[in-house]
Design a binder for this molecule. Structure first.
Ligand code: SAM
Length: 284
């Protein structure tokens, strides 16, 4: 396992993914009933944007660009970022030294009876994640294969659940990442055990993987979930060989998520775009 999310923290893909996550968590808060959140691929939760790994790829969208999009972002997202940077929301840009990972966001939404499980398989990243979070009986941090949690932790006692599946898509020795197949198998388990849960599945979109993605989409469409939404966010190619597009499948998207996403993405894409080929789409 060579993947380290710090190389990519705060890039356009991270930000679009976290906006979707936050909109879903907000919806869960509209009802008092408790929920379980499962983050199958947690990462380290707090990313130092001044770390040499982050500076090396330079993928963070940057403070100036963030300042331009912040008015269109959910307020809670800005509050979480202010919290991780130990500043007031109004002073975020000048203090923007850390970016938040999905466990940091999810933890912020846990009310007294809500619970979360964060899985991180890489031992070193797991240790770092543990350091960010002091122990709590509201969430558990496990160093195990996150895909397995859909079998072992569903259905939830809480009767409501949100599952984020955000793998690294490493290829190892193979030409195709095994994560595509693992996602499908995990979602089948999820459906069998808890068909009404909210499942979010992030994936990269890379030209060279076109055939792989085509097959992945076919397998996704054969899944039995009642409501499937596919979000594509593409900032347009800058011809620098870097990933410029990603997607998120939302199964059982909460009511009106699509409208909210449309509103946010239509405002931030013109600021984040790298070329005129940039677009976003929402399809079901
Ligand atoms: N979800 C995080 C966020 O939004 O901040 C980013 C996660 S990153 C894309 C993927 C993470 O999954 C990496 O930290 C990697 O070490 C970890 N990982 C890889 N395979 C795993 C597995 N089978 N189970 C759990 N974690 C895994």
């Amino acid at each position: 396992m060579n993947y380290h999310h710090i190389y990519h923290a705060g890039n356009f893909a991270d930000i679009s993914k976290h906006i979707i996550l936050i909109l879903c968590l907000e919806k869960l808060h509209e009802k008092p009933t408790s929920f379980l959140a499962i983050d199958t691929h947690a990462g380290i939760a707090k990313y130092d944007l001044g770390d040499e790994k982050s500076l090396k790829t330079n993928e963070f969208i940057g403070r100036e660009i963030f300042a331009k999009i912040q008015d269109y972002l959910p307020e809670r997202y800005l509050k979480i970022l202010a919290k991780i940077n130990r500043c007031e929301m109004e002073n975020l840009i000048e203090n923007f030294n850390y970016y938040c990972g999905s466990p940091y966001i999810i933890r912020d939404y846990l009310r007294r009876d809500d619970r979360a499980i964060f899985a991180e398989l890489n031992r070193l990243e797991y240790v770092q994640l543990k350091k960010v979070f002091a122990g709590s009986d509201q969430f558990s941090i496990v160093s195990e294969d996150g895909f397995g949690l859909l079998k072992s932790k569903l259905p939830p006692l809480q009767k409501r659940a949100l599952v984020l599946i955000d793998p690294a898509f490493e290829k190892d020795q193979s030409t195709i990442s095994a994560d595509y197949e693992k996602i499908i198998l995990a979602l089948k388990e999820g459906y069998k055990r808890f068909e009404n849960g909210i499942y979010l599945v992030w994936h990269p979109i890379i030209e060279s993987d076109e055939a792989v993605l085509k097959n992945f989409y076919k397998e996704i469409s054969a899944l039995k979930f009642e409501k499937k939404t596919h979000v594509i966010f593409d900032v347009g190619s800058k011809d620098d060989g870097k990933m410029h597009a990603c997607g998120m499948f939302i199964f059982n998207a909460p009511w009106q998520i699509e409208e909210k996403l449309e509103k946010i993405f239509s405002r931030i894409l013109p600021i984040l775009k790298q070329s005129d080929q940039a677009f976003f789409s929402l399809s079901s």
